[in-house]
Design a protein around this ligand. Sequence first.
Ligand SMILES: [Zn+2]
Length: 353
Amino acid sequence: MNLKIGGEGLNKKCAVISICVLGLLIILLLAILIIDNKSYKKVGTVAYGDSLLNGKNSVKIIRDKNGNINIEENDIFKKYIITLPSKISDVPYKQKMSYLELNFDKNVSLKLNSEVKSTSLKDLYLTTDNGKYNLIIRTKYKSNNFVYINNQKNNNEVVILVSKVKKPFKYKAVLNAGHGGIDPGQSVGNIHEKDITLKIVKLMRGDLQYSGIDVVLTRDKDEGQALNDIAAFVNKNKPDVFMSIHLNGMEKNPNNYQGIGAYYYDENGFQKDERIKLANIVLKHTVHKDGWKDDGVIRDRLRVLRLSKYPCVLVETGFLTNDSDRARLLDDKILGNLASNLSDAIVEFVSKK
Ligand SMILES: [Zn+2]
């Protein structure tokens, strides 16, 4: 008897618990639906694959032969290059569930270059919101999409990489912008080595990623780093290649010294052939372009090279103390070329490994 009552009581309890759990599940499901709707609200239909061009807040992207939005792609990334006529300090952006949203001021004109294939249009939308233009770029994956703002003197380039594959990176490079913080490196007036080296590595990032090379910077802002810490950072990251960027300088007869030098070091022959090969590839891609002189491949017992367990090179990208090298380093176009030539050297080195 007791057992029976006990059994019925247990059944009732089970039923109550079941109803409660079911209720909670329904509430959870509703909550997910509401949150989901909220995150899509701003651009509404994009997430469901409809065109926004007829939507309330949408603006048609004009095609123009001088359009400032260009698109190129390879097997792993789709690259959007937006050239803005004036320097803009920041373009806020966020990665949403299925698209990237970049916020531009309304006075910025955004036109698609007419040479871009019209099939690319389906991934691109423009909406207006609170006096801003929002460029909406559809993304296939939520990760491995990148936005870079390359501040230059006369114009600004916004480069957006959208991954076409789940794992776009086959290789890894660690880049070190020499000096930083209270250590400016070479200085001529208010021009400091630490600022130019940082500019170079930042310019290299997008190029390398587009080529399938993951990029890790030892610093991405003005901060000091101990040489031992840089080497430890490199070894922790286990890259296929490590490149340290510096500028050279000479106090006496500064205009007698110029050019790009590639420094390597092998402790007791460690990775000797590989490191010399890397240094030569760097010079092959950089010197005799834009007037850069060849300062040669130099063996030097530099600490970051000595302590690195991975193939590495330290590049002195010109003499800041030399008038013509300095003019090149302060020319945005030449600096951009230099960065992409250094990136090409890394791509050649890793692909021949
Ligand atoms: Zn230096």
